[in-house]
Structure formats: C-alpha cells, structure tokens
Design a protein around this ligand. Sequence first.
Ligand code: 6R9
Length: 656
Amino acid sequence: MSVQIDHLLNESRRFAPTPEFSAQSAASPELYADAQADRLGFWSAQSRELLHWHKPFTKTLDWTNPPFAKWFEDGELNVAYNCLDRHVLAGNGDRVALHFEGEPGDSRDITYAELTAEVKRATNVLIKLGVKAGDRVAIYLPMIPEAVISMLAVARLGAVHSVIFGGFSAESLRSRIDDANAVLVITADGGFRKGRVSALKPAVDAALQSGDSSVENVLVVKRTGQDVEWNDRDLWWHDELASVDAEHEAEAFPAENPLFILYTSGTTGAPKGILHTSGGYLTQNAFTHKNVFDLKPETDVYWCTADVGWITGHSYVVYGPLANGATQVLFEGTPDSPHPGRWWEIIEKYKVSILYTAPTAIRTFMKLGRQIPQKFDLTSLRVLGSVGEPINPEAWMWYREVIGGNITPVVDTWWQTETGAIMVSALPGVTETKPGAAQVAIPGIAIDVLDDDGTHVGHGNGGLLVVTEPWPAMLRGIWGDPERFKETYWDKFEGTTGAKGGPLYFAGDGARLDDDGDIWLLGRVDDVMNVSGHRLSTAEIESSLVAHPLTAEAAVVGASDEVTGQAVVAFVVIKFSQAETASHEDINAVLRAHVAQQIGAIARPREIFIVDELPKTRSGKIMRRLLRDVAEGREVGDTSTLADTSVMQIISQKMK
Ligand code: 6R9
C-alpha cells in the first residue's frame, strides 16, 4: 500500500474540461450550489424532475430512527413504468433501448416499445405462477435481454429480485435462494462463453435437488438449445410468455417498497443480502447516470460492460439508463473472444459514445498493447467511466489517451453495492480531473475522511472513508439481519455524528485527501478482496477450503496483481493423516477446483501454498498481513505479536 500512496502523492497531471464540452454538459456548477444550499430540497427536486410519481411525495427524508432511513416515504411509483411505459407514452417507443450483442455474434435491437411489451408479458407470467408483491424471485441468467426483462417484470409487480451472477456455483445459488426464501427461479438452458456453450440449468437442478426449498417453479429461457433435464416444476419461458395476455397495467407501490436483494461478501460469515428499495434508489441512479456520464438520451449510445449479476449491472445497465430513456449496448461475451479487439469492434459498430468499465479490463488491454484498439474507429467515444477498484494513474492515462483519443473526460466513480449508486466522482464538463482520483462527492452526498477516532483528517492526510448523511440510494438493511446491518456499517464511529445527529456510515475503504481536499481511494481496510472488480471475502474462501477433507486450516489473502488488482492466494495446512498420501500438485489442483465448485470460478485461488502452520497472534487471529508480505514477495513485516515467531521464517523460506 505504501508504494501506491507515494506514487499517488506525486501525481500532478490535471485535465480541465474543454469550453466546448462544458458548454453542452448536463452537469453544471449550480448542482453543487443547489445541493449545498438545501440538500433535501435538492434531492426532492431531482426526484420530481427525473421520475414519474403516480402519487407525489410530500416528505423527503425520515431519519428519526437511524440507521433506518425512509426517502420520499408517502410517494408512490412503479419502477418498471419509469423505465419503460413512460418513454413509450412520451413518443419514444421507437428508440432502441438495447443493442444486444450475443457472444456467438448474433445481435438484436430492442426498442422501448418492444421491451415494454416483453416486460408486460413476463409480468403476466409471474402473476400466473402466483408471484405477488413482496415475494422474492431468484434470477440466474447470462447477459441476455431476458435478464433485463426478468428484473423489470419482478419490479413491475412490486416483487423483489435477487440476481445471482451466472458464474456462481449451485451451492452459492442454494444458499442465496434459501436466505431469501425465493418462490421462483428464472434461468436459462445455458450461455455462451469464449466460443463454447456452458450450462446453467444443471446448477439450478443441483441447488433444488433436495426438494425442500421454497422454490415452486423454474422458468427456463432457451438460449443455447442444449439438452436439459426436465422436472415437474420447470416451465419454458417462451411457452409461458406466449400463453399470457399482452396487456399489463403497472400498479403504483410505496417509495420504500423493496426492489431487490443483492448478495455481497463481507468480512465474516455468509454473504450479506443487501436490500434496496424503490424511490430513493431510482432517483440517485437516474441523477448520477445523467450527470456523471453527461447523458443525452436522444443521441448517445451508452455501454456499461458490467454483468447484471453485480451492482454495477443493476444500477448502470438496468435502472439508471432505462429510467433515463438511454440507448445502450448489452453484451453477452468477454473482451477477448473471438479476438482481442471485440470490445473496440462493438464500439465502432454501434458508435458507442459513453463507455463505463473497470480498471482490471483497462489493464488487460494495456498489456495487450495499443495496436489492438488502434485498428478500430473509436472517435464516437466522448465520456469514459471507471468503477470497481482504484484506477492507477497509468491505466487512467492510457484509457484517456488510447481509448479516448486524448480528449474525452475520464470519470473514476467510487461507490458500493451498499451505496446503490455513484457517491464520489468528477462531473464531466465541470471538474478538472486528476488521473487516479475519484475526487469529489457528487452533489447532495456528504463524504468525509476520518481517522480511527472519528476526527477529520485534514488535507494531505489519509484515513477511513465515511458517509456522514443518509443518501437516497442507501441500502435499507441486510436481509433478515438488522443487527448485522448496524454492526457492520454504523457502529464503527459510535459517538461521532453527522450534521443532523445521525450515525456515520463506515464504507470499509481507506482514502486520502490531497491538498485541494480531493479524495483518493486506497482500497479496502478489512478482509475483503477485490479481484477484477469483484468483491470476495477471505473468510468465505477460507471456510470453503476448510470444508474439504484434505484441509486442516486455511488462510486467504488478496495479493496485488498487475491485471486483476488483487488475486486470491491461499495458505493451507493439510491434515496430518492426508499429508503423506498426495503430492502438493495434486492437493493444489483438488483444492483450487473445490473452491471454484463451491463458490465460483472467480474465487479460485491463483496460488495455494501448503504450509505446516499459520502465523497467528496469541489470541489466535491469523496475521494475514504477514502472509500478504510473503504472497507479494516482500520482506516480512513486524512479527512481534506472533505466538510463535519462527513460523514466518519457515514459511518465507519455503516460498523461495
Ligand atoms: C460498484 C462496486 C465496492 C468496493 C468499494 C471499493 C471498491 C469501487 C471504486 C473502488 C476505488 C473506485 N471500489 N469503485 N475503489 N475506486 N472508483 O464496485 O461495488 O462490488 O460492492 O464493491 O469496490 O473498495 O468498497 P462493490
């Protein structure tokens, strides 16, 4: 970390917005002034302007029972209506909502009128299957239009979706279905990945195998046409959609009606079901999508490369862009298949003007070389966004120069599953940008950097990032666990309060304020890793390793990795009874496969080191800091608090 901080301290490059860009930008300095003058008035005005309220709200925020916030509480709206019908009614039904680009090269344009029609039918299918407002529906699909349609159909009905990333295993799927008591699973026969067909339905079958789950039906989209096993509870998506009425009138639901649960890794235990609700979530998403990306819905072609299985896909593939009536690309594939220029080819084909992606992708492209993007016409691009992890200044510069033709603004956007929408970012046309910094809280958002005691660190210093006032898209809780919600996010700075006396939200990220007061993110301060922009918990992978009969003990660390940001590195102690019988290579392969099968391929350790003992403090806490030193090839740090100081010597010698 210290190397990175030193590097960032020396970063002095600055990029002022061009007068031409500022003259046309959606955002203006007045947004900050308005929010400063009256924060709640600002959000209520934005909400009224950006959304359609079936019943207008009269109250903006209820923060009388912190940390449980209510936004726009007495208003009523329908989230799907806001993303669909109202655009059609406004005469924009012929506008393309999705340019779908499939992995095998198939493509399909879907207009707002068509998307609305599909969602209405899908909603009627849900009703036919007995799904009601408030019920949970699990969605386990590839990046195909049906993923978006499913989410919106669930939202239209006032039900709650729980999207589970297609790369997760049957076991992860099962635990998420159980935690939320989902009544329906929407999946596909399979998906395409890197030129091959990969199955999805067998994972659902395995998850539901024991027969004691809350799931009543499984709706199956035919994507690949591969053979699938069939159970009594299974129904084909296309048959069901054809069998129902085409009309569905959207009903209004209260602003605080739950919209979705999305599971994310925490420091301990099982993944947390982060709960988001409707009115505040959609307000902040529509606002940030418009102003952070300078969206002109009539002319822009927007592309966010995130999968809908992650929060970025929820907020900036589905809800933000569709609420704003944007035209966007939806891509099923990976950046390098069938050739390493696939992304740039798509940008050229659809004349993409706004690109939103992750530093890990940018670093991969940097490694491949600029000659690949340079073969394509990327001049349509006019705004570039980054999300998911800190972007190092060199990657930021490369993004701007090579992809952005040395002219496009680059916005580095900091936020989390929990925050629901962008919290810290430059605004194009307004902010003078700095490579590597997320920079400023967006208008109406209150951010601070504090030391461990809750004291503001002051310019030039580092500390912990906090949100000091409630915000519209904030999580409303952890599904079924209010205590964990309080403990995880709100108890850290007990005794220190925000301007209105409420508790402070602890984000779990380290940050530094530069001499101008701009924010530089420094990565997680807890045991959460960030691999290719995906959050993984050390505890979750450790418990998976320990669940294997070979393993006695395991410690997992995130080691810095040039391409993926961090990589999973595991240290395992093999059970004495097993140690003699298998070779290290075999054990390695078995355990790596085991983690991939239990959690998903993204959690598969890059390396597994077999050790005799783990470094622990006297109270038995594994000292991951020391293991990280080893994993990153550094001199091992201070070992004085170890119960047995010789253990690190043995481990580091073994690694050499
Ligand atoms: C949106 C998303 C959240 C964690 C967050 C932080 C890291 C996200 C970042 C960033 C530095 C950025 N993170 N954006 N760090 N600069 N622009 O990624 O949500 O998957 O919940 O991850 O990702 O560490 O705490 P999520």
